[in-house]
Design a protein around this ligand. Structure first.
Ligand code: UDX
Length: 436
């Protein structure tokens, strides 16, 4: 079986590496020359645990990486994993996916195989039926369901656990018509993911499931963040105990109830905006989704308020930010709340020093010489008047009285309650814990 993957971002490269490491005959295609050249050498364009190892195994087997689209010819299965970035009005930009499926259509025209095309890219409901299918049929002069299969196959992997999630997804969703191609796809996935539920539905529902999933996760986060703000006003109240306990109710579930500075990353904020835009377009006023987004946007003010309450005017104050990635175990800073906070503090003329175990290079590419970059926690705290922990990196748990001695003022704002179990000799505030 020959497999093609178009678009080597988090989803595409993780999928390619996992399948290649199992010895599958697979070609990964991307338009970016430099990215492909690096991947061929075993260098991943981003940090993702376990990815490099699997990529190297795959490269030693049958994996090919190329910018040459024609290599997908004669594939049995083609995955489309290109990005669908956000437009300024919140809707998604689908030019990359249009161009990818146009190229697939052109290749299909003279292809002897009858491949199954699986669309993993996140697209709003109706996109398959109204845009993708007509493009492929027009370019290939072939019929979906007869000459090739076309299936919506949304992806739920999380960055930082992308490899585990690719190997063991919680579900496989297949959206499309009940044709022989659907049966083949079901067989393919049940072989690579035995014991994992496979949901077969139509295109529109599959597309909607992805948005339902991410908007529900965002709702859980905004819910717990709002409760955490209330807890902060109750001396002695602790949001983690609240979250842990309500999480024991199986109707609620324990995951995605970690209060913090708000959700960031390349998916949750973008998918929320796209769903809100879509709902408005179809005549539904998405009041709950709007509130979830509003709560998320306001969360950063909570942090700024805490700093100003203690330091007064922030002009020329020395502040340290620990963690710039959008979450731990990634170097990804796209839509990171920490990056937003840096921008807001720079506008207030703060002197900023930042440290992140993995995301320094990406952070530098945005702020250049506007902020200082430390190479360790202790280096970042020298002469600092305030430490803000934005991301729960494991190594931040080691911070103790010795580490903070170097600070000019021992004032800590812990947005992830990394140090809440320690009695540090400091003026310590944690998001979600009412100061007694
Ligand atoms: C998300 C979805 O989880 C995944 O299913 C989808 O395929 C892509 O989008 P990801 O972007 O990797 O994955 O990040 P995720 O782990 O969901 O975290 C998103 C943001 O929410 C981060 O900023 C994280 O810090 C925050 N978050 C998450 C919380 O603040 N509290 C939580 O309890 C969970």
């Amino acid at each position: 079986m020959k497999i093609g993957v178009i678009g080597l971002g988090f989803v595409g490269l993780s999928l390619t590496s996992v399948l290649a490491s199992k010895g599958k005959d697979i070609v990964g295609i991307d338009v970016d020359d430099e990215k492909c050249a690096n991947i061929k050498k075993g260098i991943s364009p981003f940090f993702e645990p376990e990815l490099k190892k699997l990529l190297k195994i795959g490269l030693g087997k049958k994996l090919k990486i190329s910018t040459d689209f024609s290599l997908i010819k004669n594939s049995d299965i083609i995955f489309v994993t290109v990005g669908t970035p956000q437009r300024s009005n919140g809707s998604i930009e689908i030019s990359m996916i249009k161009s990818a499926v146009k190229d697939i259509g052109k290749i299909l025209k003279n292809d002897k195989k009858n491949p199954i095309i699986l669309i993993k890219s996140t697209v709003t409901p109706g996109t398959m039926q109204e845009i993708i299918l007509p493009i492929i049929e027009k370019e290939s002069r072939k019929k979906a369901g007869k000459d090739f299969g076309l299936i919506s196959n949304p992806e739920f992997l999380q960055e930082s656990t992308a490899i585990r999630d690719t190997k063991f997804p919680h579900v496989v969703v297949l959206g499309g018509y009940q044709t022989r191609y659907m049966k083949k796809a079901e067989k393919f996935f049940s072989e690579i993911h035995p014991n994992i539920p496979i949901v077969i539905t139509n295109h529109q529902t599959a597309e909607m499931i992805k948005y339902a999933n991410n908007s529900f996760l965002a709702t859980k986060i905004s819910f717990i963040n709002q409760l955490s703000n209330i807890c902060q006003k109750i001396p002695g109240a602790n949001i983690d105990d609240v979250a842990k306990t309500i999480g024991l109710d199986p109707r609620i579930g324990k995951l995605f109830l970690n209060a913090g500075p708000g959700y960031g990353g390349s998916c949750l904020p973008k998918d929320m905006k796209a769903l809100i835009n879509f709902a408005n377009r179809v005549g539904i006023n998405p009041t709950l989704l709007n509130a979830v987004e509003h709560t998320n946007n306001k969360q950063i003010q909570n942090i700024i308020h805490l700093i100003e309450k203690t330091l007064g005017s922030l002009k020329n104050k020395h502040i340290t930010i620990l963690g710039t990635a959008f979450k731990p175990d990634t170097d990804d800073i796209r839509d990171s709340i920490s990056i937003e906070l840096i921008k807001k503090l720079l506008a207030k003329k703060v002197t900023l020093t930042v440290y992140d175990p993995k995301a320094m290079k990406n952070t530098k590419s945005i702020f250049k010489e506007k902020i200082r970059y430390a190479d360790s926690i202790s280096h970042s705290l020298k002469n600092s008047q305030c430490m803000i922990i934005m991301v729960h990196w494991k190594q931040f748990e080691k911070i103790n009285d010795n580490s903070i001695n170097i600070m000019k003022r021992k004032f800590i704002i812990d947005c992830r309650r990394v140090l809440s179990g320690k009695k540090l000799n400091s003026n310590y505030y944690a998001i979600g814990i009412g100061k007694a």
